[in-house]
Write a protein that binds this ligand. Structure first.
Ligand code: PMP
Length: 377
């Protein structure tokens, strides 16, 4: 028998209070009971997204919300900009091209961040660009983009700004309205501390104006259906009712702790994780490390084995690199329901795996470095 620790950048562990809601008996969704819950959730989501606009809940993984943000804003042949610095930024390109949208890609090397000045320059020479798609925290490389500055730039143009906050929401400071972001999408299985299965999307008035002229065919992901149902506190299709109950609970927990406190909690965990990696003798990957996942370079000879041994021998799951980074980096998450003690467990086990793999490390040094940072709080 082995105890499991989920320290992957999604899905994340979920609090017991939330898990228990998912175990409750199923109830019908066309009822007053559901309406009451849905009204409560509507307020909680506005708080978490820091917006006055409606946040729509869709039964889907995060990628479904990405697809909504493409198919509901655009028409065949429209031009958009995707500023990508990793795997999830690249996903915008794949979705848009799949729907016949013309993509102007602003690609930066994985590990770097998107340069706001590049977005400004490309928008100037391509005035027909209808939307700019970026990622808040790029989960594949662990960097955070400067959405506030990008929002300022895009808001001065006719284009709308679309942000993927699937991994960044709750873990990283993010303010939809104040930062002039038009469309934000996210998912349930990361910062929101829920099981996978829900996606979220919020649209500004500027984005709705674009949505009015969108001609890409759609049905289940037609956001107008969600807007109409939202008006009467319903969903257009059968919602995963127990996940919705669990969402109500996780939103309550977030409100109780306070969003700004949570941003600071993850900031501290990120600092401690970075100190732990350095104490293990590893170089951090990425030029602007985010607060939800810490990414470090590992020797290629042992890259893939670290993750495997950690999971199989100690029950600790962290993530390997994606794409060209496979075997070259490890990704240690501190998003969702992951706290200080999880960090200590993760680093203690990493030390044991490194020792087992013959890496010359001083046992206890990484754990001590993590403790040192945590004690500063
Ligand atoms: N964007 C980002 C930044 C992500 O981290 C992920 C999930 N790892 C996705 C999009 C896709 O979400 P999902 O797997 O829920 O479809």
């Amino acid at each position: 028998m082995k105890k499991h620790y989920l320290l992957t950048p999604g899905p994340t562990p979920i609090p017991l209070e939330v898990a228990l809601k998912e175990a409750l008996p199923i109830f019908h969704h066309r009822t007053n009971e559901f309406v009451t819950i849905y009204k409560d959730i509507a307020e909680g989501l506005k708080y978490v997204f820091q917006t006055k606009n409606e946040v729509y809940t869709v039964a889907s993984s995060g990628t479904g919300a990405m697809e909504i943000a493409v198919t509901n804003l655009l028409s065949l042949g429209d031009e958009i900009m995707v500023a990508s610095c990793g795997n999830f930024g690249d996903r915008w390109i794949k979705i848009a091209e799949g729907y016949g949208v013309k993509v102007i890609s602003v690609l930066v090397k994985w590990g770097k961040v998107v340069k706001p000045a590049d977005i400004e320059r490309v928008l100037k020479v391509n005035p027909n660009i209808k939307a700019v798609y970026v990622t808040l925290t790029e989960t594949s490389t662990g960097v955070v983009n400067d959405i506030k500055v990008i929002g300022e730039i895009v808001s001065k143009t006719n284009a709308v700004l679309v942000v993927d906050a699937v991994s960044g929401l709750v873990g990283q400071e993010f303010r939809t309205d104040d930062w002039k972001v038009d469309v934000v999408i996210s998912g349930s299985q990361k910062g929101l501390m829920l099981a996978p299965g829900l996606a979220f999307i919020v649209l500004s008035d500027k984005a709705w104006a674009l949505a009015e002229s969108s001609k890409i065919p759609k049905f289940y992901f037609d956001i107008k259906k969600y807007k109409k149902s939202y008006g009467v506190n319903e969903t257009p299709f059968t919602p995963p009712v127990t996940l919705i109950l669990a969402l109500q609970e996780s939103l309550r927990l977030i409100k109780e702790r306070g969003l700004e406190n949570m941003w600071n909690d993850y900031k501290l965990l990120a600092k401690a994780a970075r100190a732990g990696m350095k104490a293990l003798g590893l170089k951090l990957f990425g030029e602007a490390p985010c607060n939800v996942v810490t990414v470090a370079c590992v020797p290629v000879e042992i890259g893939c084995r670290i993750v495997k041994i950690l999971r199989e021998k100690y029950g600790v799951s962290i993530a390997d690199g994606q794409g060209d980074l496979k075997g070259k980096i490890i990704r240690f998450a501190h998003m969702g329901y992951i706290g200080k003690v999880d960090l200590l467990v993760g680093f203690a086990c990493l030390e044991m795996v490194f020792a087992e793999l013959g890496v010359n490390i001083e046992k206890g040094k990484a754990v001590a470095a993590v403790e040192e940072e945590l004690l500063k709080a």
